[in-house]
Design a protein around this ligand. Structure first.
Ligand code: NAD
Ligand code: TYD
Length: 337
């Protein structure tokens, strides 16, 4: 057990950093974090584990063979692929990097993992691959794939590729498709941290369209538990949906944050809708509960209170991001690694 090396890609991002911390705390694995440090990757997210001698950070790109060759000099047995461009709005403005990282990057990583005979390859996907729901129904693992944004289309392509490596090469691939996450270290361009940090600064809260789009929210710690479960117990060639069983309209979320921060609803500003905006996501999490015994445990009201408290206590973290100053700082810091 002490000798096992796990590769976590995208470990300096929101979910990846929570997962790195989770794995180091719970297991004796050697954790290798490969991250390109895009605008969304922030090594500060893992400052508390940097000195752990079971933790190795390598700056690099999952789409670059030479970077992967360097990483796989280590005896990697398990791979969890979080690395991705992850923001829908950015994918609408500039899809290029989404195709490079999410599709080509996953392909290069699969190739290397195949060559090195890894024991498990977990592809972190999203419920967005299923497209949009009407008022009724939920996404099951058998729902057909119908992505609507360049982001979700690129994630769908990665899923299909990953599954083809299971079918064709018998590679031990599993795929997780989770709903919207919230919690500490989420980059403040996504709805919940954007609304919290804007409200803390008393600036306008942009709500797209009529504010009635629905997402199914899960705390990032529950998501990490679910990935841990799939990594250790998931059956090869299977897809597992992960949800919070917690559907909310965007407006409900915004109003809850304002209430918890004691800020006025006059901060809300309706803005032009996102093109191709998916109306509703909802996950049927029955399979992972029935087959692997996972069920989310964090109560949404409590999870939101804790998250807001985290953003209150870590103002320095998000103010630097919002100002863009940290990008230059880390570029210099890691330039010569
Ligand atoms: P994030 O944007 O916060 O982090 C992405 C990380 O990947 C960053 O650290 C970035 O530097 C790194 N990265 C980007 N391109 C890379 C490349 N080419 N090579 C190496 N590293 C690279 O994203 P997140 O919200 O933590 O999401 C992580 C994963 O989970 C993604 O695959 C995303 O599709 C999936 N997911 C996210 C959510 C959510 O609600 N955030 C829900 C379901 C699934
Ligand atoms: P987001 O956090 O970008 O996640 P995703 O689009 O991947 O589900 O957005 C969540 C919801 O919030 C989505 O319906 C779009 C909406 N939204 C706003 O209304 N205003 C905003 O400023 C943002 C970023 C999102």
């Amino acid at each position: 057990m002490a000798e096992t090396f796990i590769l976590i890609t995208g470990g300096c991002g929101f979910i990846g950093s929570n997962f790195v911390r989770h794995m180091l705390a719970k297991y004796r694995y050697n954790v290798v974090n490969l991250d390109k440090l895009t605008y969304a990757g922030n090594p500060e997210n893992l400052q508390d584990v940097e000195k752990d001698n079971r933790y190795t950070f390598i700056r690099g790109d999952i789409a670059e063979k030479s970077d992967l060759e360097k990483v796989f000099k280590l005896p990697i047995e398990l791979v969890v692929n979080f690395a991705a461009e992850s923001h829908v709005d950015r994918s609408i403005i500039d899809p290029d990097t989404f195709i490079k990282t999410n599709i080509n990057g996953t392909f290069q990583l699969l190739e290397m993992a195949k060559k090195k005979n890894v024991k498990k390859f977990v592809q972190i996907s999203t419920d967005e691959v299923y497209g949009s729901l009407g008022k009724e129904g939920k996404f099951s693992e058998d729902t057909s794939l119908a992505p609507n944004s360049p982001y979700s289309a690129s994630k769908t392509s990665a899923d299909v590729l990953a599954m083809s490596y299971y079918k064709t090469y018998n590679m031990p691939v599993v795929i997780t498709r989770c709903s919207n996450n919230y919690g500490p270290y989420q980059f403040p361009e996504k709805l919940i941290p954007l609304i919290i940090t804007n409200a803390l600064n008393d600036i306008e809260l942009p709500v797209y369209g009529d504010g009635l789009n629905i997402r199914d929210w899960i705390h990032v710690k529950d998501h990490c538990e679910a990935i841990d479960t799939v990594l250790h117990k998931g059956k090869e060639g299977n897809v597992y949906n992960i949800g919070g069983d917690n559907e909310r309209t965007n407006m409900e979320i915004v109003k809850l944050i304002l209430k918890l921060l004691d800020k006025p609803e006059t901060l809300i500003k309706y803005v032009k809708d996102r093109p191709g905006h998916d109306r509703r996501y909802a996950i049927d999490g029955a399979k992972i509960q029935r087959e692997l015994g996972f069920k989310p445990g964090i109560d949404f009201a409590q999870g939101m209170e804790d998250t807001i408290q985290w953003y209150r206590e870590n103002r320095r973290w998000w103010e630097r991001i919002k100002s863009g100053a940290y990008l230059e700082y880390y570029k210099n810091m890691y330039e010569n690694r």
